[in-house]
Design a protein around this ligand. Sequence first.
Ligand code: GLC
Length: 741
Amino acid sequence: MRIMFATLIFGLIIGCSGPDPTQNLSAKEAFIDSLINKMTIEEKLGQMSQSTGHWEMTGPVVADSSNLELTRTGRLGSFLNVIGAERTRIAQEIAVNESRLGIPLIFGYDMIHGYATTFPIPLAEAASWDLALIKKSAEITALEASASGIHWNFAPMVDIARDPRWGRIMEGAGEDPWWGSQVAVARVKGYQGEDLSSLETVAATAKHFAAYGAAEGGRDYNSTEISERNLREVYLPPFEAASDAGVAAFMNGFNDINGIPATAHDFLVKQILKTEWGFNGLVVSDWASVQEMTDHGIAATDAEAAALALEAGCDMEMVSKTYINHLTEKLALNPSYLSMIDEATRRILGVKYDLGLFDDPYKYSDSVREARVVRHNDHFKHAREIAKRSIVLLENRNNTLPLNPNLRKIAVIGPLATDTETPLATWSAQGRQADVTTILEGIKLAVGTDTKVLQADGCEINSQDKSGFKKARGLAKQADAIVAVVGEHALMSGEALSRADIDLPGVQLDLLKMLKETGKPVVVVLMNGRPIAEPWMYENCDAVLETWHLGVQSGPAIADVLFGHYNPAGKLPVTIPRSVGQIPIYYNHKNTGRAFEAQDRYTTKYIDEQHGPQYPFGYGLSYTEFTYSNLMLDKPSFHQGDSIIVNVTLTNTGDVPGEEVAQLYVRDLAGSVTRPILELKGFQKLMLDPGESSTIAFTIKAEDLRFWDRNMKFKSEPGMFKVFVGTSSADLSESEFTLLD
Ligand code: GLC
């Protein structure tokens, strides 16, 4: 196809007069240049427009007739939500065979934690601290999607989130810029591989650019007021990492940043992304965020909104139609728009070229491969592996866990134990409830044949009705142990699903208190899309597992941990507050001039809440114990351009093998601006047998200590630093070093 296509275009060019326009250009540039030279303005604006497929009562249809007509006349370049080899092929045949230039469509879709095999939510996977398995989830997502006609994933979501009221915290990697950057790269590489034209990879999208997670009040879509320094220090690093990793696309955020909507933020997109970072992929708006600039009140008309977005470097308009409807008239008034329209078209055609769509527009729409690949059993095996590694053991009093799988009776109580919707969470793409193994089913599969498993909901997820307590109490009293499955429904986190409180909904806490009164051991299995603030639960129940929303293999993964078939090693990628009133609360905060001192009234604190979180960033227990010793630096100081080696000995002092995530933090004691009291700069995850020790070495380079200084220059400054290594951000051994000029 590419040869045919290029020949056609080439032939047209050669037929024209003038020098060979392809001298000294790459094949890709020559091809795109020759194509752009053929295109009308309306066809270019068509490439800059994306419509959504939609679902009828009978299920997904390709698209409505108006969008198919736009496709037929070359006025549409992309669809989202057109799913499957068959439907994408139908739409593609219209574009390629009926439009004047036959430019292939690109099909996008949201697959942030799986296409058809649903994996743990991204926040859960971030708790695994296993970059290889996080990448593998992305690879499998791309494998299934690319067999189903999907070329482009609107993922990874790389927004840093410090406010768990925000429902979309479940979509990202938590609160830390460094860890968020590592996870962003793993996911981009997983989706895109080393070759976008491969049949098994898809284009990825870094979203939502930028600082969408800083929405005031944690209320989705709300405004963000943020300094450039905070923007660059906290919210931009994962985006820059994704850009450096070669992500094919960026997506604007819905939010306005200091009064300018992200979709019209030319400093953010044209200066930082496209100039400073040299990003040459495409930028797509988020849903109707172009048209929503009239709602923001920064554009009086759709035509003005289109102009603002184009001027700010938004290359493709999702869903709304301001580009195709108004930019022709805007161009007539402002000829400088032609170069912007050409650049946007070039970026879009570039992604299609890299995907190989000009070679074979149908290669991803392969029903035979789709049937063979999608929901393959190997993918379910991976889903269980990554799910069990995403579980964080928060409490285990008196070694209540692991449970003996041959107990006489286990009571499984709680409204989420049999739920098949919640493990899939929101953004479940083509995930199916029928594929979910519930917590109850997972437990039944794991226990001995003589063990009796009793079950009752006890209450609903979010109601005040306690009529189910009586039955639940009766079963609990018969049991040797109680597994209480509580938390949030799938639709309590995700887009447009922020909460004003982050406690257990309904009467679930009362259910736990009732179960505790029976005197039986109570093991809490918490299923949630955000940190849950519920001190009584954490401080009174015998064991607590943070299991998030773990996807299709939730049940077996949780049972693996409950019965000790897997020793949990998850670590929190986000702080768990004691109360919603503490928000925002995160580990890498500033010291202030009056750091907390319990005995000193005039220090930073609340008078009606304990100081500090319920659980800190990086926290997670194991069924074994680890000790850190012999923290040593290979030198007391080093110069710019040099590095230092930090060694520590890790020992498994417990009775069972286990994995530990050893974390490395630094603190810049005095900078030209105030600096966080801790910054994560590395980790190592290793398995140790009982009694085994291992020496871990970390390298800190001067460049790792850079920050945006008093003059907004990104550089490291000479001075004293502390270095920390340990099992969480609140449990560390420390030493110090000096960075010299
Ligand atoms: C949504 C989301 C975005 C998603 C897009 C397409 O509103 O904000 O993350 O990729 O629309 O579904």
